[in-house]
Design a protein around this ligand. Structure first.
Ligand SMILES: [Zn+2]
Length: 302
């Protein structure tokens, strides 16, 4: 049977379009739940693909986790972990030097206080997540629960992925913080950055906080999400590759730290992610050029 190119081309185009319509998946998690029910209720009125992370020792932790689950939102435990900088800490903040038993006790309490949680992400944690011994203890405990670990990436050299190797714990990574700067225009910019990253890499995870400005921007922007971007829960991205594709996006200027509210430190990045070493890639390229027939022919002439 013969098909003319003219007939097939639009069909192929349609198929490609249908494929790309599911190509970009964006997960948005709102952290620091449990302290301000009024603001948080506004988040729970958003599409239920928006997920929430609840601080286990917050006064409204149990109530907000239950409510979020009832409305169909994915629930995470927002586990406080030690930062490098001096900040007010939540009770039971994980420290690298804590014993495995102490860490197990804290995580057990967190699981009890935040019902319906299917994952954990770190609140602050630049000190804890950059400690391999510390994170090994965390992953050993998480292995006993069926919880994934969303690395908030508050420090470039987080050891979470390394520590989870050899356990059943799946690790995924935050790519964009929506509201390090709580200016609405800045939050819109970060939202668009998350959308672009999802389109470029196939998926992206963005984290925000229940600030009035963040809530307003999400209410404005979510209905206008591009047709090729689908909102998903982090648990739908557990098998996604966690590496970035090479084409760089413009990096926004570093934002000043900003506490969402008194007593709770923000889970922002304290330093940019460590650059990926390029030497190895360059060596491979140089080697393959040396071995190419053309280069060998030329070098034989001399
Ligand atoms: Zn937090």
């Amino acid at each position: 049977m013969l098909f003319s190119v003219k007939k097939i081309a639009p069909l192929l185009g349609g198929l490609l379009l249908a494929g790309s319509a599911q190509a970009a998946r964006l997960a948005i998690v709102i952290d620091d739940f449990g302290y301000r029910p009024q603001q948080e209720n506004l988040v729970l009125q958003m599409p239920n693909a928006i997920s929430v992370a609840v601080l286990p020792n917050a006064p409204h932790a149990h109530e907000m986790a239950t409510k979020a689950h009832q409305r169909g939102h994915e629930v995470l435990i927002h586990l406080p972990m030690a930062p490098l900088s001096k900040q007010p800490l939540e009770r039971d903040t994980l420290q690298p030097e804590m014993s495995a038993e102490e860490i197990a006790r804290i995580i057990r309490n967190a699981v009890n206080n935040v019902p319906w949680a299917v994952g954990i992400n770190n609140h602050m944690g630049s000190k804890m997540t950059s400690s391999l011994p510390g994170m090994l203890k965390v992953m050993q405990v998480l292995d006993r629960y069926n919880l994934y670990f969303l690395d908030s990436m508050t420090i470039g050299n987080s050891q979470a992925t390394r520590a989870a190797a050899g356990t059943r714990v799946k690790v995924i990574k935050r790519r964009v913080f929506l509201d390090d700067n709580q200016n609405e225009a800045e939050i819109r910019k970060q939202f668009n950055r998350a959308v672009q990253l999802a389109q470029r890499n196939g998926s992206a995870i963005a984290i925000g906080h229940p600030h009035p400005t963040t809530v307003r921007v999400l209410q404005q922007m979510l209905p206008g999400l591009p047709a090729d971007v689908t909102l998903v829960r982090p648990s739908q991205l557990l098998n996604e590759p966690q590496t970035d594709r090479p084409a760089p996006l413009p990096t926004p200027p570093a934002a000043k730290p900003h506490n969402p509210f008194r007593g709770i430190g923000v889970c922002r990045a304290t330093q940019p992610p460590a650059p990926v070493p390029a030497t190895r890639a360059l060596m491979v390229v140089a080697e393959s050029i040396q071995q190419s027939p053309l280069v060998q022919k030329i070098s034989n002439l001399f």
